[in-house]
Design a binder for this molecule. Structure first.
Ligand code: ZN
Ligand code: ZN
Ligand code: ZN
Length: 179
């Protein structure tokens, strides 16, 4: 059992204390992007938009930044609230930005939570599945297996798939341990 090692390692990471969905469990994996990683994700997003001939406006960028900063799924109204240091944003500004970022594949919407997360991969425009922890509220992105298979089976019935949702609920590894 590596419990002791895990505990020792976790004590170093103070980010746990500021996690929005913090529970009493000890999480040793780091969902919180380091500032450097955040900057490079923002730069990569700007590049992606430029290549697609889209404009990464300041409100789109700020929305994406807030989603990167969140330690897990974040709701639209939290993005609106945190938008300006001095106060909330106009809701339509944020809703438009969210829909743009989703179209660009930079973020995903977790339907059952009505919340948003930054996409984990650089392979944009994909169908993502999510493992949702019912204890700490964290989400983990996973690839949906056999998307083509689902589409083929649907096509046999004359159905055209627009969107596939896969959201599995349960407990992350850390939350399976008792205290
Ligand atoms: Zn993704
Ligand atoms: Zn958990
Ligand atoms: Zn937990």
């Amino acid at each position: 059992m590596t419990g002791c090692q895990r505990l020792a390692k976790s004590r170093e990471s103070s980010y746990l204390k500021i996690m929005s969905h913090s529970c009493e469990h000890i999480h040793d994996h780091d969902h919180d992007l380091k500032p450097d990683a955040r900057v490079s994700r923002l730069e990569a997003a700007q590049l992606l938009c430029a290549e697609a001939g889209e404009r990464m406006t300041s409100s789109r960028l700020r929305t994406y930044e807030l989603i990167l900063e969140a330690n897990g799924p974040i709701k639209a109204y939290d993005v609106i609230d945190r938008f300006h240091p001095e106060g909330a944003a106009k809701p339509p500004t944020v809703y438009r930005a969210l829909s743009f970022l989703e179209q660009m594949g930079l973020i995903h919407r977790i339907e059952s939570l009505n919340a948003f997360v930054a996409c984990d991969t650089h392979d944009h425009k994909h169908t993502a599945g999510f493992l949702l922890c019912e204890c700490c509220g964290q989400s983990e992105e996973i690839a949906i297996p056999n998307v083509a298979d689902i589409e083929t089976r649907a096509a046999k019935t004359g159905f055209k798939v627009n969107h596939i949702t896969l959201e599995a609920r349960g407990l992350c590894q850390a939350c399976q341990t008792d205290h």
